[in-house]
Design a protein around this ligand. Structure first.
Ligand SMILES: CC(C)(COP(=O)(O)OP(=O)(O)OC[C@H]1O[C@@H](n2cnc3c(N)ncnc32)[C@H](O)[C@@H]1OP(=O)(O)O)[C@@H](O)C(=O)NCCC(=O)NCCS
Length: 238
């Protein structure tokens, strides 16, 4: 059984490229509707990644709740943010998931909202154009002021921080991406710097940069301050 205090946040990393025997075993963690969904994938790799991502999520959450993974059920808010059904008291386990190119990250907190995002740093993304379209004016100005060779990394740092915050808030893209600012210059601590609609909102959140694997950017957003982070590798633990 896994133990998580109110002042702790756990982040789990898993590879979605698992051997066939592990995929078979993770399939048993899935609920019937998820198993049916797995059957509908056209490509075997997508099917296996779905089974691994959902099966590992259930294994991790089952560990904290001391319940069989297959018996957990999820509910969703109107923007699609998943939560554990029937776990709504103040100390309930809350989680967030992100996957990108075969790697998955899971953030787990107790009694506080968490959001996590992971992206592979790709060379085929037109970072300046995407930033102009989606980032805030302050973020675009910061990005432009950086040396050209630092801009791609900064863009992905900013992107994952914005996504992690949006996922923690759970309001999807109804929270416009250009209405809040995050830090993004490489070497600068991760932070929500400000939001347009509430001057106190930024101080309610912590952001943390994560480095889960070479060539990836990732960020964790957590409600409140003063929590301790422990990172784990699934299935081995610490
Ligand atoms: C769905 C979204 C929450 C993240 O999607 P994503 O980055 O493509 O995918 P990730 O792998 O990081 O996250 C997917 C997980 O987020 C979770 N999720 C879905 N909707 C969510 C919401 N409203 N809030 C929080 N989490 C959500 C689910 O657990 C999902 O996992 P699943 O697919 O296994 O069910 C949403 O913010 C989105 O579509 N973002 C894209 C925005 C964009 O274009 N950004 C441009 C750069 S700033």
């Amino acid at each position: 059984m896994l133990v998580l205090g109110n002042d702790e946040v756990h982040v789990w990393r898993a590879t979605l490229d698992q051997p066939p025997s592990q995929i078979q075993s993770l399939l048993h963690n899935l609920a019937a509707d998820e198993q049916a969904r797995a059957e509908r994938f056209c490509f075997e790799r997508d099917r296996e990644h779905f089974i691994a991502a959902r099966g590992v999520l259930r294994a991790i959450l089952g560990g904290y709740l001391n319940r069989e993974p297959q018996r957990l059920s999820f509910c969703y808010n109107s923007y699609g943010k998943p939560a554990l059904a029937g776990e709504s008291d103040g100390d309930a386990i809350r989680f967030s998931v992100s996957h990108s190119h075969g790697v998955a990250l899971y953030a787990v907190g107790r009694g506080r909202d968490v959001g996590i995002d992971l992206e592979r740093i790709r060379s085929d993304v037109a970072v300046a154009q995407i930033a102009e379209r989606y980032f805030s004016r302050r973020e675009v100005a910061t990005l432009r002021a950086l040396p050209a060779e630092a801009q791609r990394q900064a863009f992905f740092l900013g992107w994952t921080r914005k996504e992690a915050y949006i996922k923690a808030r759970g309001e999807g893209l109804s929270l416009p991406l250009d209405q809040f600012d995050v830090s993004l210059a490489p070497g600068e601590p991760a932070a929500v710097l400000g939001t347009q609609r509430d001057p106190f909102e930024a101080s309610r959140w912590s952001l943390q940069e994560l480095t889960p694997a070479p060539g990836y950017a990732a960020a964790l957003a957590v409600e409140g301050h003063g929590w301790r982070l422990t990172c784990w590798q699934w299935p081995d633990g610490c």
